[in-house]
Design a protein around this ligand. Structure first.
Ligand code: CAA
Length: 304
């Protein structure tokens, strides 16, 4: 992994040919989602810059990715050569603007705060050439809410990955009313070049498709628990063994983060004004107790 943003000829030669001219990628935000999105891009052959304002966050992300890559080699899922090449293509930096200016697509995976996202997009718009796609990984902040902060809204869209991004196949591509057909075509080609399955929405709606489906299941699970119909462990067991979901809704909340679920519902309420969108009181209770799930050691379940 490089700690700077220059490219080498070896890296360029591996860039996928069918990615609509996209060669270099910047991912803004080195949290769980951003760091794995960057790893997916580097593994697919793109020169990739992972950016964060905090060097410690970049170091922690690099450490985690190194562990994942080593495990992939140990388990025979990837060769040492594949992983080493990806590592070479992946650079970390706190100089967001230099990385973005040298990239053909920027994927923002920063904190879910509209004011911060609008500022990031307006600053990116000022340093990136007009051909650079500016995408947000958010699923609840639709891109029209950041597009009106930029001079070139036609290059803005949502490109939504799922957690864990290294594993989950789906990526949702969502336009806002002014997104150009060219941006959609190039973002679609890029997503396919990542080896992901593309789900294209015709128009934006908070939550998009997958999270809206997921939310319906989660709300029903919370309602069953609230009514005392079954314990959450049994509701999870039903989802796993009767429906063959890889995880039950409560396990999944712990994976995604109870804080993230809370924030998503709150943001949806702020956009829709519909009280049905508010976080379920049981989610709020866990959130206020700091029980965020796997990341805090305790959510619905305990993680010693
Ligand atoms: N990061 C990267 N890879 C991971 C991972 C992680 N956090 N967790 C698991 N894996 C990979 C590893 O390769 C792992 O194998 P090793 O342990 O040998 O390295 C492999 O998956 C299998 O993992 P496990 O044996 O621990 O468990 P599993 O078979 O149940 O798989 C899972 C784990 C892939 C997470 C699976 O349970 C699953 O698909 N769960 C559902 C996830 C899901 O629905 N995600 C969408 C959430 S919604 C969202 O993301 C949208 C949003 O906007 C919030």
């Amino acid at each position: 992994m490089r700690a700077q943003t220059q490219k080498s000829s070896t890296e360029e030669s591996t860039t996928p040919a069918d990615a609509a001219g996209i060669q270099a990628v910047t991912v803004v935000g080195a949290g769980t989602m951003g760091s794995q999105i960057a790893a997916v891009a580097a593994l697919a052959g793109f020169r990739t810059h992972l950016v964060d304002i905090a060097q410690e966050q970049l170091d922690a992300a690099a450490e985690q990715l190194r562990g994942r890559f080593d495990r992939d080699v140990e388990k025979g899922r990837r060769s040492r050569a594949q992983v080493s090449a990806a590592w070479e293509r992946l650079g970390t930096t706190t100089d967001r603007d230099a990385a973005a200016a040298a990239s053909d697509i920027v994927i923002e995976a920063a904190v879910e705060d509209l004011t911060i996202k609008r500022r990031i997009f307006s600053e990116l718009d000022a340093v990136c050439g007009p051909g650079t796609i500016l995408a947000t990984n958010s699923s609840n902040i639709v891109s029209s809410r950041v597009a009106d902060a930029v001079e070139h809204p036609e290059r803005v869209c949502n490109l939504h990955f799922f957690n864990p991004a290294l594993v989950m196949e789906c990526v949702e591509l969502v336009p806002h009313p002014q997104t150009s057909p060219e941006t959609m075509e190039r973002a679609a080609a890029f997503t396919r070049a990542l080896g992901k399955t593309l789900v294209t929405l015709r128009k934006e709606i908070p939550g998009f498709v997958a999270n809206r489906l997921l939310n319906a299941i989660r709300q029903e699970a919370l309602s069953l628990l609230d009514q005392g119909v079954a314990d959450f462990e049994d509701i999870d067991a039903a989802a796993r063994t009767a429906l063959r979901h890889p995880m039950g809704p409560f396990e999944l909340m712990d994976l995604v983060g109870v804080d993230v679920v809370h924030m998503i519902r709150q943001a949806e309420y702020e956009q829709t004004g519909d009280p049905e969108s508010l976080p379920h009181p049981m989610i709020t209770e866990l959130y206020e107790a700091g029980r965020y799930g796997r990341k805090s050691g305790r959510g619905w379940y305990s993680y010693p």
